[in-house]
Design a protein around this ligand. Structure first.
Ligand code: CUA
Length: 157
């Protein structure tokens, strides 16, 4: 082996040791926790939909291999939705058809966008990042219906 290769290997090994010891030092001496996954933190441990005001909702959308939770949401016309998107495994995408909504679903992070649905109809959403064997199956829909229909159908909310 060439001298320069040995030198590069030695420096690489030394740097690895320094970085590893730095993490151990931070955890043991400084008592700083290595960050947990955001989906371990309330209120993002599960998918939820709740009303935060008149015609205003908060939706936590969780992406996973290979589905969205929830896969179907029914809301009344005129709903403003505070949409939070995250992933519990790998990087996914989240795009709502015919809406200006295009987010990444990233483990350890939460992406936010507010979106208002002024018109009745079905708004399909899908994963737009290739994420494996059943990527094509990652889809769902937001159904925007007349307020009375939402109530009588017994749907959320
Ligand atoms: Cu998830 Cu593609």
């Amino acid at each position: 082996m060439d001298k320069s290769e040995k030198f590069a290997l030695g420096v690489s090994g030394l740097l690895l040791a320094v970085f590893f010891l730095a993490i151990v030092y931070m955890q043991v001496v400084q008592n700083i926790e290595v960050p947990t996954c955001i989906t371990d933190v309330e209120p993002f441990t599960t998918d939820t939909l709740f009303q935060v005001g008149e015609d205003e909702y908060e939706l936590h959308m969780i992406a996973r291999m290979w589905a969205f939770q929830p896969s179907s949401v029914t809301l009344p016309v005129g709903s403003k939705v505070h949409l939070y998107v995250t992933s519990i495994d790998i990087i996914h995408g989240f795009k709502i058809e015919n809406k200006n909504v295009n987010l990444m679903a990233v483990p350890g992070a939460i992406n936010y966008i507010p979106v208002t649905f002024e018109e009745e109809g079905e708004y399909f959403f899908a994963c737009h990042e290739f994420c494996g064997a059943a990527h094509h199956a990652m889809a769902g829909r937001i159904i925007i219906a007349d307020s009375d229909d939402v109530q009588s159908a017994g749907g959320q909310p």
